[in-house]
Ligand binder design. Sequence first.
Ligand code: FDA
Length: 305
Amino acid sequence: MLRQALLVASRSDGVRRVLETAPFSSDMVRRFIAGETIEDAARVTGELTGEGLLVTLDVLGEDTHGKGRAEENTQHYIELLERIGAAGLGTRAEVSVKLSAMGQTFDEDLALNNAYRICDAARSAGTTVTLDMEEHTTVDSTLRIVHQLRRDFPDVGVVIQAYLRRAEEHCAELAYEGSRVRLCKGAYAAPSAVAFTDKEEVDKSFVRCMKVLMAGRGYPMLATHDPRLIEIAGALAVLHDRDADSFEYQMLYGIRPQEQRRLAAQGAQVRVYVAYGREWYPYFMRRLAERPANLRFFMRSLAGR
Ligand code: FDA
């Protein structure tokens, strides 16, 4: 119930306006978001890569409704990629892109074109792009765009959300040579007609998807903080004789940082998803919805400011 309420609030402009007027006043916000500027992102990327972790950078912003705004978001990614290239970080830092920030909501061709330009900039920087998966209503459009981009950029990554009933089928279609697939549980509200709503069912689906991806010929990116699923991932890697560089674990900045370092110290590839920018509200609300106990800490920190 609380999860649903937080996810509904994540789309509320009213609540957003109130909370975003005081950016970064809360430790809770700072826990999950690297900062507001490209300099903040560069600093955190330097720290994480210095510790042997990989990074994927997300410029916050989503659900964009105007062409001008989609262009600004695209330019921001291109600038970020130029910085990654100039710093020689291409092998350690990539970017994650939300197509809704590129115009997908109102013009799929525009989103494709903007994503194409970002992929081009990523290639020049010696790195890759992964397309996030958002609301369940956008899955078909996102997969169409991924297939078109992969004609010219075969290394474009795609996200599959295990809570969707079609997830296993999509994993089977995507488990081909060179295909980079990030598997996560899924962070948005979705009706039971299309998604598993019971946590156990979602976890079981994650395991089925992971089995398909780890047995396949692609490059699985296992995005979870769940200790049980991380253990199963390790067992599947042994079962399928996968080298440490043939898959990676992924976690969000601010969540289980010690586990990120523990896995990396064991020789695993671990990529941290680092979000930054001024439009932190919907991303932050999804982090609260994943663990409603976070809400208590957040309310306390707001009361104390
Ligand atoms: P689960 O929620 O069961 O958490 C397992 C444990 O992790 C918890 O017991 C707790 O210890 C810790 N934890 C998890 N979330 C926490 C939080 N918010 N605060 C504190 N502790 C927390 N989703 C999506 O729909 N589209 C996408 O494109 C992506 N992309 C993405 C990239 C990467 C790299 C990651 C790691 C995740 C995503 N997600 C996502 C989010 C994903 O769908 C999911 O909501 C979160 O990862 C939480 O699910 P877990 O698998 O961690 O399990």
